[in-house]
Design a protein around this ligand. Structure first.
Ligand code: HEC
Length: 144
């Protein structure tokens, strides 16, 4: 019985927190993933991820359409693949030239400028949160 009540309380708390978080977001919403995408990716992959960004004509490789990643993977969004592609740990263009910049290294270098000796943030987790936000945004582009 006490377990049931705890469960109910947890669900109720979650609902209240989710509702207030939703209101806070709606009032002052910053879409980190979208901003990062527009700054770092849209130039090649296009505003909606279709692979039709303005820089696409300068590259020797075809820029992939990011909106079909889930469809090409039996309807499952390939989270690790996207994360590691942005991070740079996954080699893209392994059989040819490498046109895709390694964002993980850039993000870690930038965050070391901001977060060096910071008591809470370290540069690895700061870079990781930007890559996660980007990966989540690419997830939202699916099927667009
Ligand atoms: C300079 C142009 C350019 C920019 C900027 C760029 N990409 Fe790419 N991206 C490519 C190209 C070209 C490929 C195809 C792989 C290759 O051959 O290098 C690719 C591949 C990918 C893939 C793998 C797709 C697949 O089907 O395997 C993902 C995911 C991706 N990019 C996401 C991003 C994200 C997110 C950003 C922003 C952080 C970004 N890209 C920025 C050019 C770019």
């Amino acid at each position: 019985m006490s377990r049931g009540r705890t469960g109910f309380t947890a669900v109720a708390m979650w609902a209240v927190l989710a509702a207030s978080a939703g209101q806070a977001l709606a009032a002052d919403r910053v879409d980190v993933g979208k901003n990062e995408y527009e700054n770092a990716c849209a130039v090649c992959h296009g505003a909606l991820g279709k692979g039709d960004g303005p820089m696409q004509t300068q590259l020797t490789r075809r820029v992939p359409d990011l909106t079909v990643l889930a469809r090409a993977n039996n309807g499952v969004f390939p989270f690790d693949l996207v994360y590691q592609t942005i991070d740079g740990r996954r080699e893209v263009g392994a059989h040819g030239s490498r046109d895709m910049p390694v964002w993980g290294r850039t993000f870690r270098m930038q965050s070391s400028v901001y977060f060096e000796n910071h008591p809470v943030y370290d540069r690895e987790s700061a870079a990781r949160s930007r890559i996660l936000a980007l990966t989540e945004y690419v997830f939202r582009l699916q099927g667009k």
